[in-house]
Design a protein around this ligand. Structure first.
Ligand code: TRP
Length: 336
């Protein structure tokens, strides 16, 4: 039996590229599981994507569909989850404008995630104002549907904290209990390292395996994975720690005994990287093949996919209008 509790999930992604295995273990699998338990909204954050891609709207536009294909092909089900697109909910922008009066510039400049991103993008003094305030618009994303659970990665915790500061101020100043507190739900899996073993998997670092990669690309990427640079000949003992093939097997292979056996052999010497990588390929391809097939099928019906997004957006629009009506009332903006 499907049990839905009285909590609302709001989560989402910036459409700046197709989704990869890091997203799969970090958030997509979670969403598939959570949709049976809670009312779940998944938002495509195209406005947030534009805060650092204003010069490339085509990229953002094209990736909206790619991300939708990824969502649907992993099994986030439009009958259980409501998908919507941020830019088509004008109430989010309206609420952002009102929230902006409840946060100081100083506080915005102290958000550790925004700070880190600014550094990475070398914005220095030239940070777009829209980028600096995106945590406020993220608060509005969550609160437009009165979200209470936000499944996120560690790096998003400051956003939830800032959301709760803003809504606490709102409720206090206007003497209401309009917005709930949001709880972060941090994924247990943690971050998946990239195939280069250097950092977490990310499109910009070029170390990602995408859900949309074809078989040859998957094979190629696995064959190029970082293992143990000291493991030169098959008979040499090899190191398992920090070896990406084993890191991935730990995450993806359900046959833990087999993994333990492979580790033992590798440490002892006598297990070559090529053989080991071929095994990882079998495991990963077993997971990715059905996703790939479904993705291909869906991509032949782009109109249908877009309709799912628009249909969900329409539903959210109704919820958003109701929230803004309440906000306007308590803020004395109710002229009609
Ligand atoms: N900031 C998130 C990211 O970079 C995307 C996002 C936008 C989001 N609005 C959100 C996530 C609301 C959770 C809730 O991936």
């Amino acid at each position: 039996m499907i049990m839905k509790f009285d909590e609302t999930i709001l989560t989402g992604d910036r459409p700046t590229g197709p989704l990869h295995l890091g997203h799969y273990v970090g958030s997509l699998l979670n969403r598939v599981a959570l949709q049976d338990k809670y009312k779940q909204y998944v938002m495509i954050a195209d406005l947030q994507a534009l805060t650092d891609n204003a010069d490339n709207p085509q990229k953002v536009h094209d990736n909206v569909l790619e991300v939708m294909l990824d969502y649907l092909s992993v099994g986030i089900d439009p009958l259980k989850t409501t998908f919507f697109i941020q830019s088509m909910i004008p109430e989010i922008s309206e609420l952002t404008m009102l929230y902006l009066n409840l946060v100081t510039v100083n506080r915005l400049q102290r958000n550790p995630t925004v700070k880190a991103e600014m550094k990475q993008k070398r914005y220095e003094e030239s940070v777009p104002a829209g980028f600096l305030i995106y945590p406020v618009s993220q608060a509005a994303d969550i609160m437009i549907v009165k979200g209470t659970i936000v499944p996120v990665g560690e790096d998003q915790l400051p956003m939830i904290e800032q959301t709760n500061e803003i809504t606490r101020s709102f409720n206090r100043i206007y003497g209401v209990d309009l917005f709930p507190q949001a709880k972060a739900l941090v994924s247990k899996t943690g971050r998946l390292p990239g195939i280069d073993g250097k950092a977490k998997m990310s499109k910009s670092l070029g170390n990602a395996i995408f859900l949309s990669d074809d078989v040859d690309m998957l094979k190629k990427k696995i064959m190029s994975m970082y293992t143990d640079p000291g493991h030169l000949r098959v008979e040499d003992p090899g190191q398992v720690e920090g070896n990406m093939v084993f890191e991935y097997l730990d995450v993806f292979d359900l046959d833990k005994e087999k993994v333990a056996e492979l580790k033992h052999q590798y440490r002892k010497g006598g297990l070559g990287d090529v053989k080991l990588k071929k095994y990882l390929f079998e495991v990963l391809n077993g997971i990715l093949e059905p996703i790939r097939t479904k993705r291909l099928e869906l991509s032949e019906n782009k109109k249908e996919v877009l309709d799912i997004l628009l249909e969900g957006t329409n539903q959210v629009r109704q919820v958003a209008k109701k929230t803004m009506k309440e906000v306007r009332e308590v803020m004395h903006l109710n002229y009609i």
